[in-house]
Design a protein around this ligand. Structure first.
Ligand code: WQD
Length: 326
């Protein structure tokens, strides 16, 4: 019996596949390698192809005796989703529908889905729990909300699912040999790393006049290895007969941009050049999770703090200044 990890050559997918392997589980990765990296998969079996390729998915399910799936494969750039919505709906939504159809045909009926706190848009208040209204503010976020709903509808077909709404994923594997590709993201931690390692001159702090303690935006940064662990626990929850669930994955701790800068400076032992820039459109002032529900899923909790997030990302970029090879 194997676990199929779609998008397992991407950032969170590769950390999860690695953790499953470390736990002695049978894993197979399905990834198109369009945005993922072969090196991130290591020696785990990799099937190169598309989630919408029903024949390939079927063949993989048979060959590896797949009984459950963690579904990461998706595009995730918010800005690109605004300029190219067709691509996002096609790949993320239509791709997920085709995948689930092929899985059902092969009697694979447990799926953990990589969703996002982006489905909440600008929440009325933080901490945010799962009952907060969904107000996706980009085509990207809308595709995540749509797939969650689609999976909920598939319950009637016997497909049980856990959709994990990640807050701000960051950090890298303890080994220093797996991490995030900073060329493909504008997220805060990778940008901080670019500045620390001289690939960008300075960090723009997007606004310091928000109604937060120090005026900069507050987010919930969760270590990628804690996220990986959440997927394993969600799989085990489904395997033990758990009902479908939608769950936040965050630490419950809010961190401001200024606080993060100061931790980064302390980890690096040098100043992080930065300046205050105008607010970025659509940025909510403060978003952090109420992680109570996820704690009930096999006792999950985040075990790594912000310092470990920054230190692990630093280690990865220091050892791999050019990231993975193409
Ligand atoms: C964090 C904070 C910025 C860059 C996004 C997606 C969301 C989710 C996670 C996947 C904000 C500030 C950032 C910079 C800055 N992804 N910042 N200077 O916007 O909370 O969430 O990533 O699902 O969908 O929207 O993350 O890392 O972009 O920003 O000041 O150069 O850092 O204003 O307050 P965000 P982020």
């Amino acid at each position: 019996m194997a676990i199929l990890v779609t998008g397992g050559a991407g950032y969170i997918g590769s950390h999860t596949a690695r953790l499953l392997r470390e736990l002695g589980r049978d894993v197979v990765v399905l990834d198109s390698l369009e945005r993922g990296y072969k090196d991130a998969v290591g020696d785990i079996d990799l099937v190169v192809g598309d989630i919408a390729d029903a024949r390939l998915v079927g063949k993989t399910c048979r060959k590896y005796d797949v009984d459950s799936v963690i579904h990461f494969a998706a595009y995730k750039a918010v800005g690109e989703s605004v300029s190219d919505p067709l691509r996002y709906y096609q790949n993320n939504v239509a791709g997920s529908i085709a995948l689930v159809e092929a899985l059902l045909e092969h009697d694979v009926k447990q799926i953990v889905f990589s969703s996002s706190a982006a489905v909440y848009g600008t929440p009325d208040a933080s901490p945010v729990n799962e009952d907060a209204p969904l107000r996706p503010q980009s085509p990207y976020a809308q595709t995540k909300a749509d797939i969650e709903k689609f999976l909920e509808s598939c319950d009637v077909l016997g497909m049980r699912s856990v959709s994990l709404r990640y807050f701000n994923a960051a950090g890298a594997h303890d080994s220093g040999d797996m991490g995030e590709d900073w060329s493909a993201t504008e997220n805060l931690v990778p940008v901080v790393m670019k500045v620390l390692f001289g690939a960008q001159r300075e960090l723009d702090v997007f606004g310091d006049d928000y109604p937060t303690p120090d005026g900069t935006c507050v987010r919930d940064y969760v270590h990628v290895s804690d996220l990986a662990d959440a997927h394993v626990k969600a799989l085990d929850y489904l395997a033990s007969g758990g009902a479908s669930l939608v769950c936040n994955v965050g630490t419950g701790q809010g961190t401001s941009v200024r606080q993060l800068i100061s931790v980064a400076e302390s980890v690096a032992g040098r100043a992080l050049p930065h300046r205050v820039a105008p607010r970025r459109a659509g940025d909510p002032a403060a978003v952090y999770a109420d992680p109570t529900l996820m704690r009930a899923v096999r006792g999950w909790r985040a075990t790594r703090d912000l310092r470990e997030i920054i230190a692990s990302a630093y280690r990865w970029h220091e050892r791999h200044p050019d990231g993975y090879e193409r």
